[in-house]
Design a protein around this ligand. Sequence first.
Ligand code: ADP
Ligand code: MG
Length: 284
Amino acid sequence: MFNETPGGDQPYYYRSAHTMPNSQPPSRLSDQTMDHAQDQPPAEPLIQTKNVSRQYRLGEAVISAVNDVSLEIRAGEFVALLGSSGSGKSTFLNLLAGLDRPTSGAIHVRGRNLAAIDSVELARYRRDTVGMVFQSFNLLPRMTLEENVELPLRLAEVERGERAGRVAAALEHVRLGARRGHRPSELSGGEQQRGALARALVNRPAILFADEPTGNLDSVNGEQILLLLREIQSTLGMTIIMVTHERPLAERFANRIAVLSDGRLVSDTAQNRDSVETGLRGTA
Ligand code: ADP
Ligand code: MG
């Protein structure tokens, strides 16, 4: 039950990727509530990729942006995807989020293969299961913060009476209750990204994807976003998959670090939970 707006005025699941020529908006949202980890038998990974590759063809050249990646992610994990620029992090994240399809390989999420389902089902997956935040915050400038956060609920046809409470709760979660009437231009970068996080959370997705969420922020505001992600993981039980090229941040906040290099998974390391920071400090 998630909607995002990485650019333009269209929620991203309405967007027609070139790999999804017949993408159509879902007609309406099911009444299903996301139960996160409880839905998943403990032994089953939430996400399982098998030999996933994504190639881009540019004239004669073939670029292997993601090359034969096999990875399992369990419900409740906070995974950081590390790698230098151009290593395939965003491409891989977009495949997991159902924004793109692999050239070959399988991506199973809760037993369904994202590489095999049709465009309508894939759109439903993005809407019902996925939340996403990007480096650029992508709040709609003409709307107040509250309206931005409410948008996914409206698009998902959540009853009007229920929407206000859920928007308020999401804004409280990111410590922005007092800013609800502001437009994005009246908010700092850190506040805008926290607002984008509230919008990603408001439909309670099982999986939150974040692509360089701190890339446009200074270190203090970046840290606040990471602390919020960590809190969201522990209090809401969400699975978090975050792209970053900042290893120190990944080491402090993620439970696991997977490193891509030239499209290949070159390491995948669990982090000692005791060394990972918890708790949220005051937000400016
Ligand atoms: P990262 O997020 O790690 O910086 P990307 O996943 O964006 O890396 O890109 C991986 C590789 O794929 C790069 O070589 C990039 O130039 C290439 N690439 C990404 N998107 C496209 C595209 N739409 N068309 C052609 N090449 C692309
Ligand atoms: Mg990228």
